[in-house]
Design a protein around this ligand. Structure first.
Ligand code: CO8
Length: 293
Protein backbone atom coordinates (compact mmCIF):
# COMPACT_ATOMS: atom_id res chain seq x y z
CA UNK A 1 0.00 0.00 0.00
CA UNK A 2 1.20 3.49 -0.81
CA UNK A 3 2.23 5.21 2.48
CA UNK A 4 0.20 8.28 1.49
CA UNK A 5 -2.96 6.18 1.75
CA UNK A 6 -2.10 5.58 5.41
CA UNK A 7 -1.99 9.29 6.27
CA UNK A 8 -5.29 9.89 4.46
CA UNK A 9 -6.90 7.05 6.36
CA UNK A 10 -5.68 8.49 9.65
CA UNK A 11 -6.56 12.15 8.98
CA UNK A 12 -10.18 11.29 8.12
CA UNK A 13 -10.77 9.89 11.58
CA UNK A 14 -10.09 12.57 14.18
CA UNK A 15 -11.07 10.33 17.11
CA UNK A 16 -8.04 8.09 16.60
CA UNK A 17 -5.40 8.59 19.32
CA UNK A 18 -1.61 8.36 18.96
CA UNK A 19 -1.47 4.67 19.90
CA UNK A 20 -4.10 3.77 17.32
CA UNK A 21 -2.23 5.89 14.80
CA UNK A 22 1.04 4.04 15.45
CA UNK A 23 -0.78 0.72 15.26
CA UNK A 24 -2.32 1.64 11.91
CA UNK A 25 1.03 2.80 10.55
CA UNK A 26 2.56 -0.48 11.61
CA UNK A 27 -0.25 -2.53 10.08
CA UNK A 28 -0.13 -0.74 6.74
CA UNK A 29 3.62 -0.10 6.63
CA UNK A 30 5.03 -1.44 3.36
CA UNK A 31 7.61 -3.80 4.90
CA UNK A 32 10.21 -3.57 2.14
CA UNK A 33 10.22 0.24 2.19
CA UNK A 34 10.36 0.63 5.96
CA UNK A 35 11.99 -2.44 7.46
CA UNK A 36 11.77 -2.72 11.25
CA UNK A 37 15.37 -3.66 11.85
CA UNK A 38 17.88 -1.55 13.79
CA UNK A 39 21.11 -3.39 13.08
CA UNK A 40 20.65 -4.92 9.64
CA UNK A 41 19.53 -3.72 6.20
CA UNK A 42 17.51 -5.82 3.79
CA UNK A 43 17.21 -5.35 0.06
CA UNK A 44 15.36 -7.51 -2.44
CA UNK A 45 16.93 -7.67 -5.91
CA UNK A 46 14.71 -9.82 -8.11
CA UNK A 47 14.87 -13.27 -6.51
CA UNK A 48 17.89 -12.41 -4.34
CA UNK A 49 17.54 -11.20 -0.75
CA UNK A 50 20.57 -9.21 0.38
CA UNK A 51 20.99 -8.88 4.14
CA UNK A 52 23.63 -6.44 5.36
CA UNK A 53 24.85 -6.36 8.95
CA UNK A 54 24.86 -2.66 9.69
CA UNK A 55 26.89 -1.71 12.76
CA UNK A 56 29.88 -0.19 10.97
CA UNK A 57 31.14 1.73 14.03
CA UNK A 58 31.53 -1.61 15.83
CA UNK A 59 32.89 -3.24 12.67
CA UNK A 60 29.54 -5.05 12.43
CA UNK A 61 30.13 -7.05 15.62
CA UNK A 62 27.22 -9.37 16.38
CA UNK A 63 25.28 -8.38 19.48
CA UNK A 64 22.13 -10.06 20.75
CA UNK A 65 19.86 -7.73 18.78
CA UNK A 66 21.73 -8.34 15.52
CA UNK A 67 21.56 -12.10 15.98
CA UNK A 68 17.79 -11.87 16.60
CA UNK A 69 17.24 -9.59 13.62
CA UNK A 70 19.31 -11.80 11.34
CA UNK A 71 17.21 -14.76 12.43
CA UNK A 72 13.98 -12.91 11.59
CA UNK A 73 15.23 -11.63 8.22
CA UNK A 74 16.60 -15.03 7.22
CA UNK A 75 13.40 -16.78 8.24
CA UNK A 76 11.34 -14.27 6.23
CA UNK A 77 13.54 -14.73 3.16
CA UNK A 78 13.49 -18.52 3.44
CA UNK A 79 9.70 -18.61 3.57
CA UNK A 80 9.27 -16.07 0.75
CA UNK A 81 8.46 -17.98 -2.44
CA UNK A 82 9.95 -15.09 -4.46
CA UNK A 83 13.42 -15.53 -2.93
CA UNK A 84 15.81 -18.16 -4.28
CA UNK A 85 19.18 -17.01 -2.87
CA UNK A 86 20.24 -15.00 0.18
CA UNK A 87 23.44 -12.93 0.20
CA UNK A 88 24.89 -11.94 3.58
CA UNK A 89 27.39 -9.11 3.81
CA UNK A 90 28.66 -6.37 6.13
CA UNK A 91 28.23 -2.65 5.94
CA UNK A 92 31.20 -0.53 4.81
CA UNK A 93 34.47 -1.64 3.23
CA UNK A 94 36.42 -2.57 6.33
CA UNK A 95 34.57 -5.40 7.97
CA UNK A 96 32.21 -8.27 7.24
CA UNK A 97 31.76 -9.04 10.96
CA UNK A 98 34.56 -8.56 13.52
CA UNK A 99 33.14 -11.20 15.83
CA UNK A 100 30.63 -11.49 18.61
CA UNK A 101 30.23 -8.21 20.49
CA UNK A 102 32.91 -8.56 23.16
CA UNK A 103 31.33 -5.84 25.33
CA UNK A 104 28.19 -7.93 25.66
CA UNK A 105 29.76 -11.10 27.07
CA UNK A 106 32.86 -9.75 28.87
CA UNK A 107 31.36 -10.31 32.35
CA UNK A 108 29.35 -13.46 31.65
CA UNK A 109 29.31 -16.47 33.98
CA UNK A 110 29.71 -20.11 32.88
CA UNK A 111 25.94 -20.70 32.44
CA UNK A 112 25.51 -17.39 30.62
CA UNK A 113 28.38 -18.24 28.26
CA UNK A 114 26.84 -21.63 27.56
CA UNK A 115 23.45 -20.12 26.91
CA UNK A 116 24.90 -17.48 24.57
CA UNK A 117 26.66 -20.09 22.46
CA UNK A 118 23.75 -22.53 22.51
CA UNK A 119 21.12 -19.94 21.56
CA UNK A 120 23.34 -18.34 18.91
CA UNK A 121 24.04 -21.68 17.27
CA UNK A 122 20.35 -22.56 17.33
CA UNK A 123 18.87 -19.35 15.96
CA UNK A 124 21.64 -18.22 13.63
CA UNK A 125 24.57 -20.47 12.80
CA UNK A 126 22.96 -23.92 12.57
CA UNK A 127 19.80 -22.18 11.40
CA UNK A 128 21.59 -20.78 8.33
CA UNK A 129 23.31 -24.06 7.53
CA UNK A 130 19.93 -25.83 7.53
CA UNK A 131 17.92 -23.23 5.57
CA UNK A 132 16.28 -24.46 2.38
CA UNK A 133 17.49 -21.33 0.56
CA UNK A 134 21.20 -21.16 -0.32
CA UNK A 135 23.13 -18.47 1.56
CA UNK A 136 26.23 -16.85 0.04
CA UNK A 137 28.50 -14.90 2.41
CA UNK A 138 30.03 -11.92 0.62
CA UNK A 139 33.00 -11.34 2.93
CA UNK A 140 33.93 -7.69 2.50
CA UNK A 141 36.66 -7.25 5.15
CA UNK A 142 37.40 -8.63 8.62
CA UNK A 143 35.68 -11.97 9.29
CA UNK A 144 36.84 -12.74 12.80
CA UNK A 145 35.51 -15.03 15.52
CA UNK A 146 31.73 -15.11 15.20
CA UNK A 147 32.15 -13.30 11.85
CA UNK A 148 34.16 -16.12 10.33
CA UNK A 149 31.74 -18.55 11.94
CA UNK A 150 28.89 -16.73 10.21
CA UNK A 151 30.68 -16.99 6.87
CA UNK A 152 31.45 -20.67 7.49
CA UNK A 153 27.87 -21.69 8.26
CA UNK A 154 26.78 -20.05 4.99
CA UNK A 155 26.61 -22.43 2.05
CA UNK A 156 29.46 -20.72 0.19
CA UNK A 157 31.82 -17.77 0.54
CA UNK A 158 33.08 -15.07 -1.81
CA UNK A 159 35.74 -12.74 -0.38
CA UNK A 160 37.07 -9.35 -1.36
CA UNK A 161 40.84 -9.09 -1.69
CA UNK A 162 41.06 -6.97 1.49
CA UNK A 163 39.32 -9.58 3.67
CA UNK A 164 41.12 -11.00 6.70
CA UNK A 165 39.94 -14.12 8.47
CA UNK A 166 40.65 -15.65 11.81
CA UNK A 167 39.34 -17.19 15.00
CA UNK A 168 41.02 -15.01 17.66
CA UNK A 169 38.97 -16.33 20.60
CA UNK A 170 41.85 -17.98 22.49
CA UNK A 171 43.53 -14.56 22.64
CA UNK A 172 40.48 -13.51 24.72
CA UNK A 173 40.55 -16.62 26.91
CA UNK A 174 37.61 -18.37 25.21
CA UNK A 175 37.21 -20.72 22.28
CA UNK A 176 35.02 -20.34 19.19
CA UNK A 177 31.47 -20.96 20.41
CA UNK A 178 29.40 -20.58 17.27
CA UNK A 179 30.49 -23.77 15.54
CA UNK A 180 33.98 -22.58 14.55
CA UNK A 181 35.92 -25.55 15.92
CA UNK A 182 33.67 -27.88 13.93
CA UNK A 183 33.14 -26.10 10.61
CA UNK A 184 36.71 -24.81 10.19
CA UNK A 185 38.06 -28.35 10.46
CA UNK A 186 35.41 -29.54 7.97
CA UNK A 187 36.40 -26.84 5.48
CA UNK A 188 40.20 -26.73 5.74
CA UNK A 189 41.16 -29.93 7.57
CA UNK A 190 42.09 -30.44 11.21
CA UNK A 191 45.75 -29.39 10.98
CA UNK A 192 45.08 -25.98 9.46
CA UNK A 193 42.06 -25.48 11.71
CA UNK A 194 44.17 -26.21 14.78
CA UNK A 195 46.80 -23.75 13.56
CA UNK A 196 44.23 -20.98 13.06
CA UNK A 197 42.51 -21.60 16.40
CA UNK A 198 45.68 -22.08 18.51
CA UNK A 199 47.62 -19.12 17.03
CA UNK A 200 44.53 -16.83 16.96
CA UNK A 201 46.12 -15.39 13.82
CA UNK A 202 44.50 -13.79 10.82
CA UNK A 203 44.97 -15.14 7.32
CA UNK A 204 44.78 -13.26 4.04
CA UNK A 205 42.60 -14.26 1.14
CA UNK A 206 45.29 -16.01 -0.89
CA UNK A 207 45.70 -18.52 1.93
CA UNK A 208 41.94 -18.72 2.49
CA UNK A 209 41.46 -19.54 -1.20
CA UNK A 210 44.29 -22.09 -1.21
CA UNK A 211 42.88 -23.82 1.88
CA UNK A 212 39.33 -23.95 0.51
CA UNK A 213 37.95 -21.57 3.13
CA UNK A 214 36.52 -19.31 0.41
CA UNK A 215 35.21 -20.18 -3.06
CA UNK A 216 36.36 -17.01 -4.84
CA UNK A 217 38.42 -13.86 -4.23
CA UNK A 218 37.65 -10.68 -6.16
CA UNK A 219 38.40 -6.97 -5.87
CA UNK A 220 36.16 -5.16 -3.35
CA UNK A 221 34.20 -3.33 -6.05
CA UNK A 222 33.41 -6.65 -7.76
CA UNK A 223 32.31 -8.50 -4.62
CA UNK A 224 28.54 -8.10 -4.89
CA UNK A 225 28.60 -8.67 -8.65
CA UNK A 226 30.44 -11.96 -8.11
CA UNK A 227 28.02 -13.07 -5.39
CA UNK A 228 25.09 -12.13 -7.64
CA UNK A 229 26.63 -13.96 -10.59
CA UNK A 230 26.75 -17.17 -8.54
CA UNK A 231 23.22 -16.46 -7.29
CA UNK A 232 22.06 -16.05 -10.91
CA UNK A 233 23.39 -19.51 -11.80
CA UNK A 234 21.64 -21.02 -8.78
CA UNK A 235 18.38 -19.29 -9.68
CA UNK A 236 18.28 -21.09 -13.05
CA UNK A 237 17.75 -24.36 -11.21
CA UNK A 238 15.02 -26.07 -9.20
CA UNK A 239 14.58 -24.57 -5.73
CA UNK A 240 13.04 -27.77 -4.37
CA UNK A 241 15.95 -29.85 -5.69
CA UNK A 242 18.45 -27.39 -4.18
CA UNK A 243 16.69 -27.63 -0.81
CA UNK A 244 16.96 -31.43 -1.06
CA UNK A 245 20.64 -31.12 -1.94
CA UNK A 246 21.27 -28.91 1.13
CA UNK A 247 19.64 -31.50 3.42
CA UNK A 248 21.58 -34.29 1.76
CA UNK A 249 25.00 -32.56 1.93
CA UNK A 250 24.41 -31.50 5.55
CA UNK A 251 23.48 -35.07 6.49
CA UNK A 252 27.05 -36.22 6.05
CA UNK A 253 28.11 -33.96 8.95
CA UNK A 254 25.41 -35.09 11.36
CA UNK A 255 26.24 -37.61 14.06
CA UNK A 256 24.38 -40.89 13.76
CA UNK A 257 22.93 -39.98 10.36
CA UNK A 258 23.83 -41.96 7.24
CA UNK A 259 24.26 -39.35 4.50
CA UNK A 260 23.81 -41.95 1.74
CA UNK A 261 20.45 -42.95 3.21
CA UNK A 262 19.37 -39.31 3.39
CA UNK A 263 20.49 -38.83 -0.21
CA UNK A 264 18.34 -41.78 -1.36
CA UNK A 265 15.35 -40.38 0.57
CA UNK A 266 15.80 -36.86 -0.80
CA UNK A 267 16.43 -38.18 -4.31
CA UNK A 268 13.18 -40.18 -4.19
CA UNK A 269 11.20 -37.17 -2.93
CA UNK A 270 12.26 -35.16 -5.99
CA UNK A 271 10.23 -37.50 -8.20
CA UNK A 272 7.04 -36.22 -6.60
CA UNK A 273 7.76 -32.54 -7.28
CA UNK A 274 6.44 -30.23 -9.99
CA UNK A 275 10.02 -29.10 -10.57
CA UNK A 276 11.05 -32.63 -11.53
CA UNK A 277 8.19 -32.85 -14.06
CA UNK A 278 9.07 -29.42 -15.41
CA UNK A 279 12.83 -30.08 -15.58
CA UNK A 280 12.54 -33.39 -17.41
CA UNK A 281 9.72 -32.17 -19.69
CA UNK A 282 11.70 -29.06 -20.61
CA UNK A 283 14.72 -31.18 -21.47
CA UNK A 284 12.69 -33.48 -23.70
CA UNK A 285 10.96 -30.51 -25.35
CA UNK A 286 14.37 -28.85 -25.89
CA UNK A 287 13.43 -25.69 -23.99
CA UNK A 288 14.53 -23.96 -20.79
CA UNK A 289 12.70 -25.10 -17.67
CA UNK A 290 10.41 -22.74 -15.85
CA UNK A 291 10.74 -23.85 -12.24
CA UNK A 292 8.16 -22.76 -9.70
CA UNK A 293 9.51 -24.65 -6.66
N1 CO8 B 1 33.09 -6.57 19.67
C1 CO8 B 1 32.78 -5.33 20.05
N2 CO8 B 1 33.33 -4.22 19.50
C2 CO8 B 1 34.22 -4.41 18.51
C3 CO8 B 1 34.57 -5.67 18.06
C4 CO8 B 1 33.96 -6.80 18.68
N3 CO8 B 1 34.19 -8.08 18.30
N4 CO8 B 1 35.48 -5.54 17.07
C5 CO8 B 1 35.68 -4.24 16.91
N5 CO8 B 1 34.92 -3.54 17.77
C6 CO8 B 1 34.84 -2.09 17.94
C7 CO8 B 1 36.03 -1.56 18.69
O1 CO8 B 1 35.84 -1.72 20.09
C8 CO8 B 1 36.04 -0.13 18.24
O2 CO8 B 1 35.05 0.59 18.96
P1 CO8 B 1 35.40 2.02 19.63
O3 CO8 B 1 35.68 2.90 18.44
O4 CO8 B 1 34.14 2.35 20.35
O5 CO8 B 1 36.58 1.80 20.49
C9 CO8 B 1 35.55 -0.20 16.79
O6 CO8 B 1 34.92 -1.46 16.67
C10 CO8 B 1 36.67 -0.14 15.78
O7 CO8 B 1 37.63 -1.11 16.10
P2 CO8 B 1 39.19 -0.80 16.25
O8 CO8 B 1 39.41 0.60 16.65
O9 CO8 B 1 39.79 -1.88 17.10
O10 CO8 B 1 39.64 -0.97 14.71
P3 CO8 B 1 41.08 -1.40 14.18
O11 CO8 B 1 41.06 -1.19 12.72
O12 CO8 B 1 42.16 -0.78 14.98
O13 CO8 B 1 41.15 -2.98 14.46
C11 CO8 B 1 40.28 -5.23 14.50
C12 CO8 B 1 40.27 -3.85 13.81
C13 CO8 B 1 41.65 -5.89 14.30
C14 CO8 B 1 39.21 -6.08 13.82
C15 CO8 B 1 39.99 -5.06 16.02
O14 CO8 B 1 38.84 -4.26 16.17
C16 CO8 B 1 39.76 -6.34 16.76
O15 CO8 B 1 40.72 -7.06 17.04
N6 CO8 B 1 38.49 -6.64 17.09
C17 CO8 B 1 38.13 -7.78 17.87
C18 CO8 B 1 38.21 -9.03 17.02
C19 CO8 B 1 37.87 -10.24 17.83
O16 CO8 B 1 38.56 -10.60 18.78
N7 CO8 B 1 36.79 -10.93 17.45
C20 CO8 B 1 36.37 -12.14 18.13
C21 CO8 B 1 35.38 -11.79 19.17
S1 CO8 B 1 35.00 -13.17 20.19
C22 CO8 B 1 33.91 -14.04 19.27
O17 CO8 B 1 33.54 -13.69 18.18
C23 CO8 B 1 33.38 -15.27 19.96
C24 CO8 B 1 32.34 -15.95 19.10
C25 CO8 B 1 31.78 -17.08 19.85
C26 CO8 B 1 31.00 -16.57 21.01
C27 CO8 B 1 30.14 -17.61 21.52
C28 CO8 B 1 29.38 -17.12 22.73
C29 CO8 B 1 30.23 -17.01 23.98
Amino acid sequence: MNPRCNSQLISHNSSINIHDTLLLINIFRPKQLFPMYNTILTETKGHIQQITINRPKQLNALNKETIGELHEALKAADTDANIGVIILTGSGEKSFVAGADIKEFADFSVPQGGELAQKGQEILFSFIENLSTPVIAAVNGFALGGGLELAMCSHMRVASSNARMGLPEVSLGVIPGYGGTQRLAQLVGRGKANEMVFTAGMIKVDEALKWGLVNYVVEPEELMAKAEEIAGKILNNSGTAIASAIRSVNASYQDGVNGYDVEIEEFAKCFGTDDFKEGTTAFLEKRKPNFRG
